[in-house]
Design a protein around this ligand. Structure first.
Ligand SMILES: Cc1cc2nc3c(=O)[nH]c(=O)nc-3n(C[C@H](O)[C@H](O)[C@H](O)COP(=O)(O)OP(=O)(O)OC[C@H]3O[C@@H](n4cnc5c(N)ncnc54)[C@H](O)[C@@H]3O)c2cc1C
Length: 562
C-alpha cells in the first residue's frame, strides 16, 4: 500500500479509538484531510441522533474528550483550573463547560469541525492578556486554550523565527538571546504572542521596525472549513494582509513566522520615577512641564534607534502621583561598553551614567528623578524589568484613545487624568482606599511617523493610518482588588476616557483610531480603521468566512461589522 494511504488510515483508526492524530508521516503538522473531517462530522451526527437535547456545548465537550481525553478538561481537574484562571486580569476568570488544549494545527482543525458541527459556542485564548471579560474567555462554552502550541524555531540563516501561539514574549526573547537577533514583541515578557500580533503590537523599538504585525512573514491559520493554510506574500496574499490587525475574524492562527532583526545584543536601558505631586507654593505639578517638554522633543525627533514609554500614575500605596518613564536606545554600532548604575534622588546617578540617550541626559540633569536605574545590556532586560509593574491576578481595566502627538495633547491628557483622581477617591470609602485601589494611570504610547512608515515599507496593514503625523495612543488603566467596586471603576474610567477625548476633540487634537489591544469591551475597535481598509477586510471575510463562524460561533474578540 502507498505510504500516504497507510498514514491516513492509521490516523483515522487512532482517531476513532483514542487520540486525534496530529502529525503526518513526515512528522510535520499538515492539518487534517477531508476524510478525517468528514469522519468527525459523521460522529457528530451520530451523537445528535442519540442525544436529542440539542445541547451543542455538551456535544462538543463529549466528542472532543472522546477523541483525545488528554486534551480536554472539565471543572475539578487541575489543568482546567490552571487554564480557566490563567489570565492577567481577575475580571475575566470564568467557568467554561470544558477546555480543549490542542497540540497542533490538525488538532485545532478537528476541534473546529466538531464545535462547528455541534453548533457549540467557543472562545480562543492565547496568552490571556486581554483585560475585558468574555474576549478570550467564555462562561458556558468550550474554551480553546492554545497553551501547548509552543513551536520555537530560528531559521538556519537566522533571518526569521517560527513562533507558536502558546508562547509569551519572554519565552521568545529568552530563546533568541544567544543568537543576537531580536523580534518585535511586547514591552512586558508575560504578554501573549498571538493577541499582540493579531491586534497590532507595539514594542519599544517600533520606530525602527514598525508594529509586531508588520514583522509577520507568514501566518499558519486554521480556516472556518477546517483547512489549514499558510498566508504570506506569495500565497493567500489577501488573508496575509487581513490578519495584520484583523484579529480573530479569519481563523485560528497556529504559528507565526517573524522577521528576526540582527542586533549587537546591547542597548542603553533605563527606568526612572518622578514625583508628579502638586507643589503647594506654585500650584503646579512638580517636574511635569519639563518631563512633558522632553517627551515631546523625543517624539518630534522621530529617532529610529530609541523608544520610550511614559506612565503617569496615582498609586495610593506610594503616597500619590508618580511619573514612571522607561527608555531604550539600541547600540546600533556596537560601541557601547557595559555599565550599570542607579539614581537615588538628590544624590544623583551612581556611578556617572554613560552612553545616556539625550532625552534622559537632559531630563536627569534638569530634574533629578526620585529614583531610577539604568544599565547597558540586552533589550530583553527592559521587558523583564517591566514585569513587576503588571502582576497577574488583580482586577484590571484599559480604555484607549488616540491623539495627535503634540505638546498640547500631552498637557490635556495628563491634566485631565490627574484632575479626575479626587472624584475616584471620593467614591471609595476613605479608610479602604489602600486596600481597594492598586493604581490608576494614563499610559502614553508614542506612535511615531517612523513606526507607521515601517508598516508601509513592509507591505502595509489594516489600520489605514497616515504616516505624515505622529500620535499618542493613551490608555486609562485602573487596578483594583474587590469585585464590589467593578461598577465604580468602570464608570470612572469610561468618563475619564470620554472627557479626555472630548477635550482633545475641541482643540482638533483627537484621532478616531482605537487600538484594539488596549481597548475596553465597550469600545468599537474597528470604527477607527480606514474606510478603504474596512471595505477590503469585509470582502476578504466574505471569501474566507461566508457563514460567519468567527462572528457567530467564536465568542469574544472585536468583530468586523457587516
Ligand atoms: C500587562 C500588559 C502589557 C501589555 N503590553 C503591551 C505592549 O507592550 N504592546 C502592545 O501592543 N500591547 C500590549 N498589551 C496588550 C496586548 O497586546 C493584548 O492584551 C493582547 O491581546 C495580548 O495577547 P494574548 O495572546 O495574551 O491575548 P488573549 O487574551 O489570549 O487574546 C486576545 C484576543 O486574540 C484572540 N486570539 C488569541 N490567540 C489567537 C489565535 N491564535 N488566533 C486567532 N485569535 C486569537 C483571542 O480570542 C482574543 O480575542 C499589554 C497588555 C497587558 C495586560
Amino acid at each position: 500500500m502507498h505510504l500516504k494511504s497507510v498514514c491516513l488510515l492509521s490516523a483515522i483508526f487512532s482517531l476513532s479509538s483514542t487520540a486525534v492524530a496530529s502529525k503526518s508521516c513526515s512528522g510535520k503538522d499538515t492539518g487534517s484531510s477531508r476524510r478525517e473531517i468528514n469522519f468527525l462530522k459523521g460522529a457528530v451526527t451520530q451523537y445528535q441522533l442519540t442525544n436529542p437535547l440539542n445541547d451543542g456545548v455538551a456535544c462538543a465537550c463529549y466528542l472532543l474528550r472522546k477523541f483525545d481525553r488528554y486534551a480536554v478538561f472539565r471543572e475539578g481537574e487541575e489543568e482546567y483550573l490552571r487554564e480557566a484562571n490563567g489570565y492577567w486580569s481577575a475580571t475575566v476568570w470564568t467557568t467554561p463547560r470544558c477546555i480543549f488544549t490542542p497540540s497542533g494545527a490538525s488538532d485545532v482543525a478537528k476541534g473546529i469541525a466538531i464545535m462547528k458541527e455541534c453548533r457549540a459556542l467557543f472562545a480562543v485564548k492565547g496568552g490571556g492578556h486581554y483585560p475585558p471579560p468574555e474576549m478570550s474567555t467564555i462562561t458556558d462554552g468550550v474554551l480553546v486554550a492554545l497553551t501547548k502550541l509552543k513551536t520555537l524555531e530560528l531559521a538556519e540563516d537566522k533571518k526569521s523565527v517560527l513562533v507558536g501561539p502558546g508562547l509569551r514574549w519572554g519565552d521568545v526573547y529568552r530563546y533568541l538571546l544567544p543568537h543576537n537577533v531580536f523580534v518585535v514583541g511586547g514591552r512586558i515578557t508575560n504578554v501573549g504572542v498571538p493577541g499582540f500580533l493579531l491586534g497590532g503590537g507595539i514594542s519599544y523599538l517600533g520606530s525602527r521596525w514598525g508594529f509586531g504585525m508588520d514583522n509577520v512573514e507568514e501566518f499558519e491559520v486554521v480556516l472556518a472549513d477546517s483547512s489549514v493554510v499558510r498566508a504570506n506574500k506569495r500565497s493567500h496574499l489577501d488573508l496575509f494582509w487581513a490578519l495584520k490587525g484583523g484579529s480573530s475574524n479569519f481563523g485560528i492562527v497556529t504559528s507565526f513566522r517573524l522577521t528576526a532583526h540582527p542586533i549587537t545584543g546591547k542597548a542603553w536601558i533605563g527606568k526612572f520615577a518622578y514625583s508628579t505631586a502638586t507643589d503647594p507654593d506654585t500650584g503646579k505639578r512638580n517636574h511635569m512641564e519639563t518631563v512633558l517638554d522632553k517627551l515631546q522633543a523625543f517624539v518630534d525627533k522621530n529617532d529610529d534607534t530609541s523608544g520610550v514609554l511614559p506612565l503617569f500614575m496615582y498609586v495610593p500605596q506610594h503616597g500619590g502621583p508618580i511619573g514612571d518613564i522607561s527608555v531604550i536606545k539600541l547600540d546600533v554600532e556596537g560601541k557601547m561598553e557595559m555599565g550599570a548604575g542607579s539614581i537615588q534622588g538628590e544624590y544623583g546617578p551612581t556611578p556617572d551614567m554613560i552612553h545616556v540617550p539625550k532625552l534622559f541626559k537632559d531630563m536627569t540633569e534638569e530634574i533629578p528623578p526620585m529614583m531610577g536605574a539604568w544599565n547597558i545590556s540586552h533589550p530583553y532586560q527592559l521587558t523583564l524589568a517591566m514585569n513587576p509593574d503588571a502582576p497577574d491576578g488583580f482586577r484590571q481595566s484599559f480604555r484607549v484613545h488616540a491623539a495627535k502627538a503634540t505638546r498640547e495633547s500631552l498637557e490635556l491628557i495628563t491634566h485631565i487624568f490627574y484632575n479626575r483622581i479626587p472624584e475616584l477617591l471620593e467614591k471609595l470609602p476613605a479608610e479602604e482606599i489602600l486596600q481597594t485601589l492598586g493604581q490608576t494611570s494614563v499610559i502614553i504610547q508614542p506612535i511615531t511617523k517612523n513606526m507607521l512608515k515601517q508598516g508601509e515599507k513592509r507591505g502595509g496593514n489594516t489600520f489605514g493610518i497616515n504616516s505624515s503625523q505622529s500620535y499618542y495612543w493613551y490608555i486609562i488603566t485602573v487596578t483594583w482588588f474587590d469585585p464590589k467596586y467593578d461598577e465604580i471603576m468602570n464608570e470612572w474610567s469610561d468618563l475619564t476616557s470620554e472627557l479626555t477625548y472630548e477635550a482633545l476633540g475641541k482643540k482638533g487634537l483627537s484621532h478616531p483610531f482605537i487600538y484594539m489591544n488596549d481597548a475596553h469591551g465597550n469600545q468599537d475597535a474597528f470604527a477607527g480603521y480606514g474606510q478603504r481598509e474596512m471595505k477590503r477586510l469585509k470582502k476578504i471575510r466574505e471569501q474566507y468566512d461566508p457563514k460567519r463562524l468567527w462572528k457567530k460561533g467564536l465568542v469574544g474578540g472585536y468583530k468586523i461589522p457587516e
